[in-house]
Each structure stands twice: as structure tokens, then as C-alpha cells.
Design a protein around this ligand. Structure first.
Ligand code: ZN
Length: 164
């Protein structure tokens, strides 16, 4: 500390971000085994995981079945409330426009994502809705948490699919 270097691993928020993103990465890997594009998400309230999901548009035959939407639906059902005030959603890849809208409608407090999504990302890549109100709500955003691991899971999935 005396040399002025930051030590992020001693920061409580960074440590919990790391751990919760680990759960999202595990969900992404389960999705890959099911043949879905491996993106995973977890929804956390009061420092506890409420819901975990992976992308499942193929399995559910539902174009809206992105990991973020699935954790929002599940958590809202559990809570009996579509407003998930104070929630943080961890997702392994940058959310798309649909998911940014859904996250705002759910009134989540914060979104943490792993790797950028250059084809559809709406928090900086294709669009940048970071900090913008959707309806009347805006949420905080942290990107790049375990992004290398999240990108590696996606790369490996597409490499295997190509039969390389
Ligand atoms: Zn999405």
C-alpha cells in the first residue's frame, strides 16, 4: 500500500463481483453443454444469489430467453414483484438492447458484465445506453469483470461448433 498501488482484491465489492461472476460463468458453461450460446447470468439481492440462468432461446423456443431476462423473470416470480429494487445482475457478456430495457423495467440497481459483445452490446459496443434512463430508471454499470474468461467460453463454443 505504501507504494500507492491499488489492491483491488482487498476491495469487498471487487471480491464479491469476482465470486458472483464465477457463478454466472458456471451457468454459461452449462448452457454450452446444452448447445446454447454460452452466456450466463445471476441475480443477487442482499448479497445472496436469487436466480441463475443461461441463454436458452433454442431450448425454450423463445427469442427473448436471454440469460438476463430469465433471471429477471425467475426472481420476480420468487419475490412476487416485478420490481427487483436493489438487485445486481451479473452477466458474462454485455447485454443487448432488449436486456438493457428489461433490466431497467425491473428497476435493478446495478449491472455487472464480463466481455464486450461487439455485434449486439448495448452498454458501449454497438449502442451505449450506460447511465441513460429507460423510462424513469437508470442503473449503474461495471464492465470487464472476468471478461477474459467469459470471452474464452464463447470462443471455445464457436470453435467446437465450427469443428475446428
Ligand atoms: Zn439480451
Amino acid at each position: 500500500m505504501s507504494d500507492g498501488l491499488q489492491q483491488p482484491t482487498t476491495d469487498a465489492l471487487a471480491v464479491s463481483d469476482w465470486a458472483f461472476m464465477g457463478a454466472a460463468l458456471a451457468a454459461a458453461r452449462v448452457g454450452a453443454e446444452a448447445g446454447e450460446v454460452p452466456v450466463g447470468a445471476v441475480l443477487v439481492q442482499d448479497d445472496a444469489i436469487v436466480s441463475v440462468a443461461h441463454n436458452a432461446p433454442i431450448g425454450l423456443q423463445d427469442p427473448t430467453a436471454h440469460a438476463e431476462v430469465l433471471v429477471l423473470r425467475d426472481a420476480a416470480r420468487q419475490r412476487g414483484n416485478y420490481r427487483l429494487v436493489g438487485a445486481t445482475v451479473y452477466v458474462t457478456a454485455e447485454p443487448c438492447v432488449m436486456c438493457v430495457g428489461a433490466l431497467a423495467h425491473a428497476r435493478v440497481r446495478r449491472v455487472v458484465f464480463g466481455c464486450p459483445e461487439p455485434k449486439a452490446g448495448a452498454l458501449g459496443s454497438v449502442y451505449d445506453l450506460t447511465g441513460q434512463a429507460v423510462g424513469t430508471h437508470r442503473f449503474a454499470v461495471t464492465g470487464g469483470v472476468r471478461g477474459d474468461e467469459a470471452a474464452a467460453v464463447l470462443r471455445e463454443f464457436f470453435r467446437v461448433r465450427r469443428g475446428a
